[in-house]
Design a protein around this ligand. Sequence first.
Ligand code: NAP
Ligand code: ZN
Ligand code: ZN
Length: 347
Amino acid sequence: MLNVNGYAAPSASAPLEPVTITRRDVGPKDVLIEIKYAGVCHSDIHTVREDWGPVTHPLVVGHEIAGVVTEVGAEVTRHAVGDRVGVGCMVDSCRECENCLAGEEQYCLNGNTGTYNVIDADGRITQGGYSTHIVVDEDFALRIPETLDFAAVAPLLCAGITTYSPLRHWEAGPGKKVAVVGMGGLGHMAVKLAHAMGAEVTVLSRTLAKKDDGLRLGADHYYATEDPETLEALKRSFDLIVNTVSAPVDLGAYLSLLRRNGTMVNVGAPAEPLPVQVFSLMEDRRSFAGSGIGGIRETQEMLDFCAEHGINAETELIEASYINEAWKRVLSSDVRYRFVIDASTFS
Ligand code: NAP
Ligand code: ZN
Ligand code: ZN
């Protein structure tokens, strides 16, 4: 066992505080990663606050991990000491079910092993990336292309893949009109990725406060949804809407923005159910869908796509001791556009 420093949430409501946790010994197929950067996802906050269900506290969260391999098990072939690697929202899956065999381990029929708050094969609860080191099976460590700025790459491991996967699945590309709802961590990645895929991109944010950024990151249009005219004027405009909002939205109003056969996909994961009036789906044969992160193969594809297109997250680098303030700022949408913790400050 290896003792490592990190920050943990002692309960659903208490501030995060420094902690020492143990990582398992490096097994034959494991890599030990010295974490360099840890992104701060809104899901970390939902989880700790038990928005989605009970949690075993104290819990170390964080599933946007970028680091360097410092030790490899005897049977490791994919990674070597010194490699830059990333870990996202999963650290294992059954590898046998039809979804795993299809490369979509995020939908593992036996439940994927989340990077935190899940019982691991050794019976212990997984602890995430707000720490100095992590031990994971080599198959769940991604190669980080050399050209990507190390300090800004961590958010791609969740915010990047979570938006890349539905954009690919619903074929965002030339001739497609894509709307991104919410200009936060996921939203700003969706804008960059959809633009790079060749789609015409519209941001629907509550206000115009982040308009300049949105246009700079690749949006063609940017509207404020708090203006009642906006949703009225945009009826039947989009082929695909990617909703990244962390709170409930008026689904009917957004569905009415879809053209015939259009799809609205929710990646935002509010605690509350979203009611839908089926007539807003029957009209124009619209679909309402959800999408969860992405498989390992697709996550690697996304990282390589980002390298090819020069895409990184827009980040604000913080020290570990700033984490409670950072969470407050995430909750008040005061982040441009992802906090990343310098993992050397966990020590
Ligand atoms: P974030 O950085 O806080 O961004 C969320 C954005 O939603 C905000 O920037 C804001 O955009 C908008 N928003 C927030 N509160 C709102 C409200 N009350 N009404 C309307 N709009 C509001 O969060 P994130 O890290 O991108 O995560 C977004 C959501 O995706 C979270 O629920 C998270 O748990 C979920 N998530 C899901 C997956 C998945 O696999 N599906 C993966 C990662 C995260 P504007 O300021 O532009 O209005
Ligand atoms: Zn996340
Ligand atoms: Zn499986």
